[in-house]
Design a protein around this ligand. Structure first.
Ligand SMILES: [Zn+2]
Length: 137
């Protein structure tokens, strides 16, 4: 038990002040593992190299002794990650609602506008900027 505690203490000491597994390190790790599994079928040396780079960078983040810098990087990564997930969520919602609603983007201000489907040719007024445009729904 004493030797095991020594071992745990040594690990705790080794990890002190390090960044640990942040979201970016976790995602890189998952990405690398998925790529390795896919590569069982493709056997591409490029995929292998890419997964090793992702794994290496994940480990680097985990063991980094500059957590302040890593936290800034992780925050920037989270902004990008949320943007990707939000647009994926929107694609799913568009697909789920396809029989009931149509989604259009206002060309004037970029606002997304939801209108009922199956109403034929209608004039749509943007709720944000008041721009009008015609669409078949
Ligand atoms: Zn608009």
């Amino acid at each position: 038990m004493g030797r095991f505690n020594d071992f745990l203490n040594r690990i705790a000491k080794f990890l002190r002040g390090r960044n640990g597994m942040d979201r970016m390190a976790k995602d890189l790790y998952v990405f690398a593992v998925i790529l390795l599994v896919i590569n069982v079928f493709f056997r591409s040396s490029f995929f292998h190299l890419l997964s090793m780079i992702a794994l290496g960078y994940s480990l680097f983040r985990f063991l980094s002794k500059n957590p302040n810098k890593r936290q800034i990087e992780n925050r920037n990564y989270m902004v990008y990650r949320n943007r990707v997930f939000n647009s994926l969520r929107f694609v799913k919602r568009k697909w789920d609602d396809r029989k009931v609603y149509r989604y259009y983007t206002c060309k004037n201000c970029g606002q997304k506008v939801r209108v009922p489907a199956g109403k034929g040719n209608i004039e749509i007024t943007c709720p944000k900027c008041g721009n009008t445009f015609n669409k078949r729904t």
